[in-house]
Design a binder for this molecule. Structure first.
Ligand code: NDP
Ligand code: 8X3
Length: 250
């Protein structure tokens, strides 16, 4: 029987590439995001390879999360793999200049959103005595860089929650892993710089950044290890990147 994966943030970047790779490997998909049109397009495309259902909701809205997860069709209700990927950065400012709306958005999406989704899915995994949760952190979960303050704090929280989940869910045979990428060329910087595409592009210029497919490949590797193997934590940089701020650009 094929496994079923629930992927948040499947409409773009790492989540989309993961959905595409999982589909090729016959993993059934529950694809989530806010952009309905993109979800529809992806469902149409990936249904050629595997069974797909979609859920449109905002991870930061607790009632939307609960309603959406309750609405999962019966045939998709047994979830084997949860990919907690939805997330973003809003702004890049010194702490004294930061926007409180941006801070709220990052903490609500990256931390509370991950918790709301996990809280709704974990009980079924416990009941089944089976499950795999992959949390997408960041190098911002491991180090703090100038002006990254609240985004870094939100990803440090993901790191702590990943470790907590491993401790608490161990007795239920649920595997938990975190993957912490460095710079990945996705829509991430478009969102961080609020649609300033030119500024976003410069983040990935002068070196070869990671691609969403590279991270998807690693996620797939992690979830396909034999049952007795649980990779807790992986930090992945582009070769040109030595730390959050040291990048060997041409
Ligand atoms: P993208 O912007 O390309 O993708 C982000 C995804 O998250 C989209 O599918 C978006 O869907 C979804 N999302 C954002 N906000 C919400 C929300 N409120 N509710 C539901 N879904 C939401 O970026 P990436 O693929 O790069 O980012 C994926 C993850 O990887 C994030 O957690 C990010 O922090 C992390 N990361 C990214 C790195 C990078 O350099 N790109 C490096 C390290 C970590 P929609 O807008 O349709 O809701
Ligand atoms: C995304 C990578 O370096 O902008 O998490 O924090 S970084």
């Amino acid at each position: 029987m094929s496994k079923t994966a629930f992927i948040t943030g499947a409409t773009s970047g790492i989540g989309k590439a993961t959905a595409e790779l999982f589909a090729k490997n016959n993993i059934r998909l529950i694809l989530c995001g806010r952009r309905a049109e993109r979800l529809q397009e992806l469902q149409q495309e990936l249904s050629k390879l595997t069974e797909v259902t979609t859920l449109q909701f905002d991870v930061s809205k607790r009632d939307e999360v609960e309603k959406a997860i309750k609405s999962i069709p019966d045939s998709f209700k047994e979830i084997d793999i949860l990919i907690n990927n939805a997330g973003n950065a809003h702004g890049l400012s010194a702490i004294q200049d930061g926007s409180i709306d941006d801070w709220d958005a990052m903490l609500d999406i990256n931390v509370k959103g991950l918790l709301y989704v996990s809280k709704a899915i974990i009980p079924n995994m416990i009941e089944n005595n089976n499950g795999f949760i992959v949390n997408i952190g960041s190098i911002a979960a491991k180090e703090v860089y100038a002006n990254g303050n609240v985004y870094c704090a939100s990803k440090h929280a993901v790191d702590a929650l990943n470790k907590s989940m491993r401790l608490d869910l161990n007795q239920h045979n649920i595997r938990v892993s975190a993957i912490h990428p460095g710079l990945v060329e996705t829509e991430f910087s478009d969102v961080r710089f609020k649609g300033d595409i030119e500024r976003a592009k410069t983040v990935y210029q002068g070196y070869k950044a990671l691609q969403a497919e590279d991270i998807a490949d690693i996620i797939h590797f992690v979830i396909t290890r034999p049952y007795h193997v649980n990779i807790e934590d992986l930090v992945v940089y582009p070769t040109a990147q030595a730390s959050a701020t040291i990048i060997n650009k041409n």
